[in-house]
Design a protein around this ligand. Structure first.
Ligand code: PEP
Ligand code: MG
Length: 580
């Protein structure tokens, strides 16, 4: 039995055999072969090495012809690795002695090799990891050939294990036979985590080297509440987790019955529960979970799934689908929040050194006005189809908000000239996600129709902790006293100015923070649709007076650990069986 720890993304327990993906999202097949297959697999290995070396030589020649010999030399190291008899022998030994398939043996040795480079402190040598990954990819492509298996055709329910998953792959997992997910990288509010949460399956990420420790076909338990991945569980552990699964299924059945009940505290305070969506079709799923509307539509996923920027018609179609899916309920469309970990990096020739502090979000849109205007036109045209509100992300200064609004007015003028209809009084709000915006909240309330607090970013900027980096995940803490005080001040300022205030970071969907946020005065929560029933259950179990007591006490602590422990205790008293 091997226990790995990581960061919980989605609660619950999943038990199944693992399906392991390599860095190109290829599935690495099961590891064992029979004794009779050994010679054939060794031959496949020989062919694979031969073909890979040949490919590299051709590429070297082509590059050298075009760019000169120095440029072609980048492949010399790759050829050297493939010609290294030790590496080839190590792979062959695994096939002969351990009866590994050629693909699995290649992957095992190349990953060991990668781990060796990861441990090197010399940055030049550490850079070699990418080369090793590249070699692994090439070998696997040649070893698997046409037999590459695709996730959508998994014949049995599985646990997906990978280094990372791209947004498009995460988005397609809903159609695959996947019960749970375990990844090497990521933080609790990274965008991969957000997509996995939307999927609703138990998931643990940031588990460092799970993808090199687990093999296709291994029995795996993903404990999304205990932040653990257990490979090869023994009988006792398996029984323990099967019992937990039965408890969670019972809780889930109870939660379904809450769908049409009001989200109101026992003393009658009505709370608005909204859904966060990444794809337009999810709007209907939010309504299905009992959402009062859509509090955050992350439109950038339209961009990230496509090869290039989506045109006006494509965007209009997506917004129309989301508006229709929300069935008359309000919907907040957020303009593209590109940059940082949302992959414009890959498309940029020169990568940013510090992308979280770089050209991201509204800054990116304001520097790409043509693209921004296309989006604003599409939203404006869709604004007549329902109760549509517009929101700008990462607003840090008043100037930025004003500039974004000016661009919106330009788009309105263009539409007027073209005699296309739109709602001229569509509400325009902002996301409050930086300490600067929090400190200037009062000024903002004079200019915006509403504020939505984006704690995922606000916490990273307040605490100076990259939200997507598993190495600093333990410092990313929503219960830090500085976070609590900032939230208190922002919510209070908005209430005083009578500007609607919601919170749409992942914090809103975690029952651990529900009492605290209620007590801070928050009345609108926006979250992954899968979290709505549980948060509603907790709201219905408490009184506002109790939540306010919890908040007062939370604000007296000096450290984040004291706050977390206290919140866990008071929440468990109300939800003794639920995974918190
Ligand atoms: C946030 O930062 O809290 C937020 C909701 O936006 P995103 O997670 O898309 O950055
Ligand atoms: Mg954000």
């Amino acid at each position: 039995m091997e226990i790995l720890t990581g960061i919980a993304v989605c609660p619950g327990v999943a038990i199944a055999e693992a399906v392991v993906l390599n860095t190109e999202d290829y599935r690495i097949p099961r590891r064992s072969i029979s004794a009779g297959e050994v010679e054939a697999q060794v031959r496949i290995l020989e062919d694979t090495f031969g073909k890979s070396i040949e490919e590299l030589r051709t590429q070297m020649e082509q590059v050298a012809n075009r760019l000169g010999h120095d440029a072609g030399d980048v492949f010399t190291w790759h050829v050297g690795v493939l010609q290294d008899p030790q590496i080839r022998r190590a792979i062959e030994n695994l096939i002969r002695e351990r009866k590994y398939s050629a693909a699995y043996a290649v992957s095992t040795i190349m990953r060991n090799y990668q781990r060796r480079f990861m441990q090197m402190s010399d940055p030049l040598l550490a850079e070699r990891i990418r080369d090793v990954q590249d070699i692994e990819r090439r070998l696997l492509r040649n070893v698997l050939g046409e037999s590459r298996e695709d996730l959508e055709h998994l014949s049995q329910p599985s646990i997906l294990v990978a280094h990372d998953v791209s947004p498009s792959l995460a988005a397609s997992l809903g159609q695959a036979n996947i019960l749970g997910v375990a990844l090497d990288v990521g933080g609790s509010t990274s965008h991969t985590a957000i997509l996995l949460r939307a999927l609703g399956h138990p998931a643990v990420i940031g588990a460092k080297d799970v993808s090199t420790r687990v093999s296709g076909g291994d029995l795996v338990v993903v404990d999304g509440s205990g932040q653990m991945i257990i490979a090869h569980p023994d009988q006792e552990t398996l029984e323990h987790y099967r019992a937990r699964q039965r408890t969670y299924s019972r809780i889930e059945r109870e939660l379904v019955q809450l769908r049409d009940l009001e989200a109101a505290t026992q003393d009658g305070t009505r709370i608005e529960l909204l859904g966060n969506i990444e794809f337009p079709v999810e709007a209907a799923a939010c309504v299905e979970k009992g959402a009062d509307g859509i509090g955050l539509y992350r439109t950038e996923f339209l961009y990230l799934r496509a090869e290039g920027p989506p045109d006006e018609e494509e965007q209009y179609g997506a917004y129309r689908t989301a508006i229709e899916g929300s069935q008359g309920r309000p919907i907040v469309i957020r303009t593209f929040d590109l940059g940082a970990d949302k992959y414009t990096q890959e498309r940029q020739y020169e990568q940013e050194r510090n992308p979280m502090l770089g050209l991201r979000s509204i800054r990116y849109s304001l520097q790409h006005l043509d693209m921004f205007k296309v989006q604003l036109r599409a939203v404006l045209r869709a604004s007549v189809l329902g109760e549509v509100k517009l929101m700008f992300p990462l607003i840090t200064s008043l100037m930025e908000f004003r500039q974004a609004k000016m661009t919106l007015h330009d788009a309105m003028e263009d539409l007027e000239e073209e005699q296309l209809s739109f709602n001229p009084s569509m509400e325009v709000g902002m996301m409050l996600e930086t300490p600067a915006a929090a400190l200037q909240c009062r000024e903002f309330t004079r200019e915006v129709a509403f504020i939505s607090i984006g704690t995922n970013d606000l916490v990273q900027y307040l605490l100076a902790v990259d939200r997507g980096n598993e190495r600093v995940a333990r410092f990313y803490n929503m219960t830090h006293p500085a976070v609590l005080r900032t939230l208190r001040d922002v919510i209070r300022t908005c209430a005083k100015a009578e500007v609607p205030c919601s919170l749409c970071g992942e914090m809103a969907g975690q029952p651990l923070y529900t009492l605290l946020l209620l007590g801070l005065g928050l009345r609108t929560f926006s979250m992954a649709p899968a979290s709505i029933p549980e948060v509603k259950k907790l709201i219905r179990l408490t009184t506002l007076a109790h939540a306010e007591r919890v908040t007062r006490k939370s604000l007296t602590f000096e450290t984040e650990r004291q706050v977390s422990n206290y919140l866990r205790d008071v929440t468990r008293k109300l939800l003794p069986d639920d995974p918190i």
